[in-house]
Design a protein around this ligand. Structure first.
Ligand code: TXA
Ligand code: MG
Length: 312
């Protein structure tokens, strides 16, 4: 049985104790729920891969609560990385830097780098502080499923496979962090996420490179795979009209179907995306028609997830 812990001091203390003993605890962050283990323990980290059924060539993010903690697991944080973290930490930006000897081999999947993030969530930060070590945490879903944005999502994937989950309600952002490589002292986006290309460009005074080769992240990135199929539509191309076996799930246009959620912003789209995918699977819906978001701001991250799900 997986224990549900309250998001208060007692819950956090108990969660930290489980982590110190080498166990697994899922916890809320501002993006999605993470599945945490002691990030300095190879044995504990091994359990994450097993619980999620995650391929061991896919490295993990270490979550830190201070710059000091980040410095211990980084061989170095380049000037450009410092500039980014001063602006965006705590927050949904993950920096890939050269790793120090302290990082277990399975966290970095045998590579020379480590991904670091300071989450902008009081529970996550208190848990890391209380534990006293960086917490390795991928999204707390079975590999290939949409990331969990509330404790119930975590339990529907991992109940009985992990020691506990801290119930901290819904995640504010609803999509994963942006992952950038700064090892070459320039910024390269490996995964679109909650911090947009435009936000990065504004700080840097240049447009960061996007990993086009994708060899790295594509190898790791499991396709977002709800059971239903997804079709993207734009206003001048509305295939759902008259279609009976699908529903329009998320739309900026007036709802053209019985079941739909009318959106007013890209942020709302991001926050609702994964719960709609999970909901559709529960209801055995075959086709979801989703309005194509614009490719700007957090829209790029939404589009990235939708296109992966659509192209399966
Ligand atoms: O918002 C988030 O990032 C959430 C919360 C829990 O922090 N975590 C998350 O972790 O989404 P995960 O493991 O589901 O996705 C992390 C991504 C993966 O695509 C992984 O391949 C990539 O980051 N990654 C991790 N370490 C890396 C490294 N050293 N080099 C390149 N990519 C790395
Ligand atoms: Mg994930």
């Amino acid at each position: 049985m997986t224990k549900i812990l309250k998001s208060n001091t007692v819950g956090i203390k108990e969660a930290a104790e489980i982590l110190r003993c080498g166990g697994l605890v899922a916890f809320p962050t501002e993006t999605v729920y993470g599945l945490g283990a002691n990030g300095l323990s190879e044995t504990a980290v091994k359990l994450i891969f097993k619980a999620k059924n995650r391929p061991d060539n896919n490295p993990l993010i270490l979550h830190v609560s201070s710059l000091e903690m980040a410095s211990e697991v980084a061989y170095e944080i380049p000037v450009i990385g410092k500039k980014l973290l001063e602006k965006f930490w705590p927050g949904p930006l993950t920096l890939v830097v050269k790793k120090s000897d302290k990082v277990p081999v399975n966290v970095s999947a045998g590579g020379k780098t480590v991904a670091l993030r300071m989450p902008d969530h009081p529970i996550a930060l208190s848990l890391i502080k209380e534990a006293g070590f960086p917490i390795a945490a991928p999204s707390a879903n079975i590999s290939g499923k949409p990331s969990p944005i509330e404790a119930g999502d975590v339990l529907s994937d991992l109940d009985g496979k992990i020691d506990a989950v801290i119930d901290g309600g819904k995640c504010r952002v609803g999509l994963e962090s942006t992952v950038v490589d700064v090892t070459q002292n320039k910024v390269k986006i490996l995964r679109h996420g909650a911090i947009s290309l435009e936000q990065l460009a504004e700080l840097l005074d240049y447009k960061p490179e996007i990993d086009t080769d994708k060899s790295l992240i594509d190898l790791h990135e499991i396709k977002y795979a709800p059971k239903c199929s997804i079709k993207l539509f734009t206003l001048d191309n509305a295939p759902f009209i008259g279609v009976k076996d699908g529903i329009v799930a998320l739309s900026f246009s007036p709802p053209p179907s019985i079941f739909s959620i009318k959106l007013s912003s890209l942020e709302e789209y991001a926050a609702k995306l994964y719960s709609i995918l999970r909901e559709a699977d529960k209801k055995n819906i075959k086709i979801l028609y989703m309005e194509k978001p614009s490719n700007s701001g957090i829209g790029a991250a939404i589009l990235d997830r939708l296109q992966k799900a659509e192209s399966r």
